[in-house]
Design a protein around this ligand. Structure first.
Ligand SMILES: [Zn+2]
Length: 620
């Protein structure tokens, strides 16, 4: 009896532990046939979706996204775009002013599950489907849908006739199953921000007038019918008889499928050694065609750098496609505007390509953790751009620190754990998820040191690819590699807007040693590197860890003396650092000479003992 009790308890604990991290994923296999009419911009499609319920729950409802319904006057996206304090200039009141023939829409005309027709409830951008029989845990169901859509005039990301004359930018265009994970359904109405999808395979056939060239997620299956630079031997291309052509694409292990179509696309391709085939689709406009040619070898270098530093790109292809309204990431592809000088074209392409790692392959729930997508992507793309363009003098992450510190000083910061749709301003959203998200990583490198940080960043990718990790999975990976406790870092820097400010409050010579009084003025505690420059030209860093870290970072490649000091108890407002040298031997003392700690006031971080009296007065 006792033995049985112990066994069941052990099983229960094992189940509870496995549920904490991403141990199961739903799976979706889409087969779609779609035909787009380029006169009225409407399309009809059929979808067969095999949905695997890998969760431990049985499902009695499912939800689909119908994103194109956002592009109608009065939609949630329209109202949000007009009423937010600081509207996005790309949207503003443009949805409100659309005429019926310019609207977007997507309607499901019929839906069957395992052959049985079900009723559906369309609620703007969400389709709610109540099942007549639940989909039991560990089983699959086959949905068959017929749908009709109209491509909206291009407003945000998707749509027809963008500013540069690209006919169709087709993102978020089909009924897309919402994601269900350990936290339940994520049926967020679309207001123009984040996406979160189910892993799976796509098999998509797109039929259009023959003069169109189509770029899409995945690998083209019928190159010898299509031509346009896809076929091995273009002279042997056999286009089908008739006015239309069907393009067949397949993509595996992705959570979305994008395509774009234009009659004037040029198409080039270039192989990344030990990486994907890169495809480029752009218009041969004399203003920018040279940028699109020159970008190609740089993008192969970028993919190589990203794969070496952030994890191996797992797909066979990547397409950089002129379209959309700026830059937007999709699986195996991006839509970017094309009228750009070379650094701008490479900059946007590198950023969107770097999303392949964080939005594409790791695919954290962007709505809840937008900073783990945009911020981490910004971190990776900044380092890639430094590698491509500034190998001598990298910019590093300084611009991100500056924009984070600016918003703090303006008093407009909102915390990183805010749901992406619920930020009060676009400004606070953008600064939090792009800039503070980038600072989050750069500062973590300061806390645990470059060796542990870079190793753990690769471990994170390899452990959690295709698993939708969250912020606990991430920080736990950093803890395991570094051997340090880091939960406090997320609790302060992610869950609050508390800030960091340390100051050198005073310095006193005491016989043959020097006492430095350091004050924590900000509410967020941090470990400190205090670098002392001696008058003989040597350097020494005094490493003051926080007691709650239970460890301190290694010296890594530091080229001065590395001295570990007693921990700073985080509750203490003041720390006295004893330097075993006379005050007259010291040139200067600096808190965090790397600049990687996001100290909002760096003016009080350095002291030159010779000027100390003046310094203390200045910093009162
Ligand atoms: Zn981005």
């Amino acid at each position: 009896m006792k033995k049985f009790f112990l066994t069941t308890t052990a099983l229960f604990i094992a189940a509870a532990i496995s549920a904490q991290s991403a141990s199961w994923q739903q799976r979706a296999e889409y087969k779609m046939d779609v035909e787009l009419n380029d006169v009225n911009h409407q399309y009809k499609g059929k979808q067969t979706l095999t949905y695997y319920n890998n969760s431990p729950e049985s499902l009695n409802k499912v939800f689909f996204h119908l994103y194109f319904n956002a592009f109608q006057p009065g939609s949630a996206m329209d109202v949000r775009s007009r009423t937010i304090v600081d509207p996005d200039g790309r949207v503003g009141d443009r949805i409100f002013n659309l005429k019926p023939e310019e609207y977007g829409y997507l309607h499901v005309k019929s839906l069957k599950i395992d052959g049985r027709t079900l009723k559906t409830l369309e609620s703007e951008t969400i389709l709610e489907v109540t099942l007549d029989k639940p989909i039991a845990a560990g089983t699959k169901a086959v949905f068959e849908l017929e749908f009709e859509g109209q491509v909206p005039l291009q407003i945000r990301r998707s749509g027809r006739d963008n500013n540069e004359g690209i006919d169709y930018s087709m993102s978020q265009w089909y009924p897309k199953m919402c994601e269900y994970d350990a936290h339940g359904w994520h049926a967020n109405p679309y207001i123009g921000r984040e996406f979160y999808g189910v892993w799976g395979d796509f098999d998509v056939n797109i039929t259009m007038a023959k003069n169109y060239i189509i770029a899409a997620t995945g690998v083209l299956q019928n190159p010898n019918e299509i031509g346009y630079g896809y076929a091995d031997d273009e002279t042997k291309v056999k286009k089908s008889a008739g006015e239309k052509l069907t393009w067949r694409f397949k993509a595996q292990n992705v959570h979305d499928f994008v395509w774009a179509a234009d009659p004037d696309y040029a198409h080039d391709k270039i192989q990344v050694p030990d990486g994907p085939m890169l495809h480029f689709f752009y218009q041969k406009n004399t203003d920018y065609v040279q940028s699109w040619k020159d970008a190609q070898p740089l993008m192969t270098k970028a993919f190589d750098f990203l794969s070496k530093n952030f994890g191996k790109y797992p797909y066979p292809v990547y397409s950089i496609i002129q379209g959309g309204d700026g830059g937007m990431e999709y699986p195996m592809a991006t839509l970017v505007t094309g009228n750009r000088k070379l650094p701008s074209l490479v900059g946007v392409s590198v950023h969107e390509a770097a999303h392949s790692w964080y939005q594409g392959v790791l695919a954290t729930n962007e709505s809840l953790y937008a900073w783990m997508d945009e911020g981490f992507t910004s971190f990776a793309s900044q380092e890639t751009m430094d590698y491509l363009f500034r190998s001598g003098m990298p910019t590093g992450h300084e611009p991100a620190y500056n924009s984070y510190i600016d918003i703090v000083k303006e008093g407009k910061e909102e915390s990183l754990d805010t749901h992406a749709d619920h930020f009060e301003t676009n400004y606070a959203y953008g600064t939090a998820v792009y800039s503070k998200g980038e600072v989050y990583l750069a500062q973590l490198e300061y806390i645990i040191g470059p060796y542990h940080f870079r190793t753990a960043l690769l471990n994170y990718f390899n452990t959690f690819k295709f698993k939708h990790p969250d912020n606990y999975d991430f920080i736990r990976t950093m803890e395991k590699q570094s051997g340090m406790e880091l939960d406090w870092y997320n609790e302060y820097f992610v869950n609050t807007t508390k800030t960091i400010d340390y100051s050198i409050a005073g310095v006193m010579g005491e016989q043959k040693q020097t006492k430095v009084v350091i004050e924590r003025k900000g509410l967020m505690p941090m470990p400190l590197d205090v670098e002392v420059k001696y008058k003989d030209g040597t350097f020494e860093t005094f490493v003051i860890a926080l007691d709650i870290m239970r460890g301190e970072k290694p010296a890594d490649g530091y080229n001065g003396k590395w001295t570990i000091m007693p921990d700073w108890k985080w509750v203490e407002p003041v720390y006295e650092l004893m330097i075993p040298k006379g005050i007259t031997d010291i040139e200067s003392i600096t808190i965090d000479s790397s600049g990687l700690m996001a100290d909002i006031n760096r003016k009080n971080n350095t002291i030159v003992p010779a000027n100390a009296v003046q310094f203390i007065i200045d910093n009162r």
